[in-house]
Design a protein around this ligand. Structure first.
Ligand SMILES: *[C@@H]1O[C@H](CO)[C@@H](O)[C@H](O)[C@H]1NC(C)=O
Ligand SMILES: *[C@@H]1O[C@H](CO)[C@@H](O)[C@H](O)[C@H]1NC(C)=O
Ligand SMILES: *[C@@H]1O[C@H](CO)[C@@H](O)[C@H](O)[C@H]1NC(C)=O
Ligand SMILES: *[C@@H]1O[C@H](CO)[C@@H](O)[C@H](O)[C@H]1NC(C)=O
Ligand SMILES: *[C@@H]1O[C@H](CO)[C@@H](O)[C@H](O)[C@H]1NC(C)=O
Ligand SMILES: *[C@@H]1O[C@H](CO)[C@@H](O)[C@H](O)[C@H]1NC(C)=O
Ligand SMILES: *[C@@H]1O[C@H](CO)[C@@H](O)[C@H](O)[C@H]1NC(C)=O
Length: 534
């Protein structure tokens, strides 16, 4: 019975996603980090996280947020804004992406990120009334050159947008077209941060429009200014007027046979497993911070790898040994002196004073053993940066197969089915494992690795939990990958095992169809696979 309920839940979530069918335009256009490092990590990180949390709440209500937290040189000033044509749901999606990417600036004390749907900035001083600066620039897309008619249209539309935005809460859209032989259209979006008054907004847009017009005769240009964003294009990138988006909230009926077959497969797999209990992970796992004790534990432990050993094994993290980029760091292939092959993950975030906690976490994760989970062999927890050591998977990740028509042939239906079953078994083990329940939070094709016999092994589990629970850690409160994240998680941050079930559902659709769900990395104009199916 529970199984049936869970399947209904899964389908229900798929339906719910129909509501966010607008385009969040969550592709990063530009990320620019501050040039000064933070002053004191212990103070900076909690300030940053608190400011981001406060902005999160505001964004969900109004599409704009501003916050200040802390005092002294590590005070955090934050601002985020979605452009005026995004619905609130799309806005949350875009902001989630901005918030995931911006912390890459750490340990620098701030940064600004322009996405195509929203903007976010953080600094240690009040920049709310800044509207120009030497970072201001235009980014032109020089893939196609247009004629003089187009140039004229762009000038008209841009002028109109600049004139109307300042008195319209900083937001304007404009469209110009000629029909007939030329038959061309121009679309313009202009947006000032709502912290600016009308005259500063106008000043910003005037500068932005002057610099964007330098992109002509190219078909598209974006101005990335300190106080505003502007874009023109020959393609209609704007979302429908907000009034219309409500009609999307009607229930969409799933009739596609792919889904039915997924359900059949899923039932087959799930039988026998008593899974998906509604429970949050609330494990207390505070270890001793006693440094001496830690050093002793580390030296005695066979989990511990010397930093120099790993540095040597990977050829000093040579680019040629780079296997890929994971959620928490870059992964390199390494060969130990005894010939064993390993994968070494170099973590983005290095809080060395948290070495004890980190070590405890590694200890827990490495004790989780299952044939469908990538084995964590150990770490270098006390060296200059934090490294994790995993078993090496010669066939790399599933996404390299299913989204590649040539390599995809290596996976027949039987193999694909085996991979789906293997993934479920690994997930059930993570959720059910009585000692340490683990919600993965980032199930996706690139996190399913394949061993030499193409058996599925889930990678990257456990870390999200460790970063999530420690509020002082800079890793984002919302982790995961757009397109795979459950709607209720995105909207309310509710974290249960169902988050993994949803992502798994998306993954199954991908494995069956060979189509990649839209993520922030792919073209902004593709539809989510979930929407295509529904
Ligand atoms: C950072 O701030 C904490 C808390 O105020 C303090 O204990 C620590 O000594 C500071 N560290 C440095 C390097 O100043
Ligand atoms: C900073 O955030 C913390 C935690 O949310 C809060 O308790 C504190 O009041 C905030 N400080 C300021 C100056 O807003
Ligand atoms: C911002 O941080 C830098 C480097 O930590 C520091 O020198 C500067 O004084 C800080 N600015 C403010 C306004 O506190
Ligand atoms: C530039 O334009 C081309 C075609 O118009 C489009 O495919 C591409 O995605 C655009 N690039 C950016 C960064 O928008
Ligand atoms: C011009 O656009 C209209 C509709 O936007 C279309 O029906 C027509 O075929 C186009 N004409 C040319 C020459 O492209
Ligand atoms: C807008 O803000 C600037 C800077 O705070 C101020 O100098 C200016 O007088 C303001 N303009 C209006 C119209 O309020
Ligand atoms: C826009 O402002 C920036 C920074 O103040 C300045 O360097 C640039 O020349 C201005 N561009 C135009 C076209 O006015």
């Amino acid at each position: 019975m529970k199984i049936a309920i869970q399947l209904v839940c899964l389908l229900g979530s798929l339906l719910l996603l129909g509501r966010v069918a607008g385009d969040p335009r969550s592709k990063t256009v530009d990320l620019k980090c501050a040039t000064q490092p933070e002053h004191n990590t212990t103070i900076f990180v909690p300030n940053f996280v608190a400011a981001m949390d406060s902005i999160s709440e505001q964004i969900q209500r109004s599409g704009f947020g501003m916050a200040v937290n802390g005092s002294g040189p590590d005070t955090n000033y934050g601002l985020a804004q979605c452009y005026g044509d995004l619905s609130l749901l799309d806005c949350v999606l875009c902001y989630a992406e901005a918030r995931t990417v911006l912390p890459q600036c750490f340990p620098y004390n701030g940064g600004r990120i322009f996405l195509d749907g929203c903007f976010m900035r953080s600094a240690n001083y009040s920049f709310f009334e800044e509207y120009k600066g030497h970072e201001d620039k235009a980014v032109c897309n020089s893939t196609s050159r247009k004629d003089s008619t187009f140039k004229e249209l762009v000038r008209k539309a841009v002028t109109r947008a600049v004139a109307s935005a300042p008195n319209n809460r900083g937001y304007a859209r404009a469209q110009e077209k000629v029909s007939g032989i030329g038959n061309q259209s121009v679309y313009v979006l202009a947006d000032c941060w709502r912290s600016l008054n009308a005259s500063l907004c106008r000043a910003c847009l005037e500068n932005a429009s002057a610099s964007i017009l330098n992109c002509l005769p190219w078909s598209e240009g974006r101005a990335l200014n300190t106080g505003c964003f502007m874009r023109y294009s020959d393609r209609d990138f704007l979302n429908k007027e907000l009034g219309n988006s409500r009609s999307r909230e009607t229930i969409i009926v799933i009739v596609v046979s792919v889904v039915s077959s997924v359900v059949v497969i899923a039932i087959g797999i799930v039988i026998g497993a008593r899974i998906w209990k509604h429970r949050y992970i609330q494990k207390k796992r505070r270890g001793s911070n006693d440094a001496e004790k830690l050093v002793k534990t580390l030296n005695d432990s066979n989990l511990n790898f010397k930093y120099s050993t790993l540095e040597k094994a990977t050829g000093s993290f040579d680019n040629d040994n780079k296997l890929g980029q994971g959620g928490f760091g870059t992964v390199y292939k390494g060969v130990l002196h005894d010939g064993r092959e390993i994968a070494v993950k170099r973590l983005f975030f290095n809080n060395r004073h948290r070495a004890a906690d980190f070590y405890n976490e590694v200890n827990i994760i490495s004790s989780v053993e299952h044939k469908n989970l990538v084995r964590l062999l150990g770490c270098s927890c006390s060296g200059p940066e934090s490294l994790l050591v995993y078993e090496f998977m010669p066939n790399k990740s599933l996404d390299r197969f299913i989204f590649d028509s040539t390599k995809g042939k290596a996976l027949n239906w039987e193999k694909r089915c085996e991979i789906i079953i293997g993934t479920v078994e690994g997930l059930v083990y993570l959720h059910e494992n009585s000692k340490n329940r683990i919600i993965h939070r980032d199930i996706k094709a690139s996190n399913i690795l394949l061993d030499s016999r193409l058996r599925a092994k889930i990678a990257d589990f456990g870390l999200a939990r460790s970063f999530q629970e420690d509020k002082s850690h800079i890793s984002t409160a919302i982790a995961g990958t757009l397109g795979y994240m459950a709607p209720e998680y995105l909207a309310h941050g509710q974290l249960t095992e169902k988050v993994d079930v949803y992502s798994f559902g998306v993954l199954v659709l991908e494995i069956v169809t060979g189509r990649q769900n839209n993520t922030s990395k792919t073209s902004e104009y593709t539809d989510s696979i979930v929407i295509i199916v529904s």
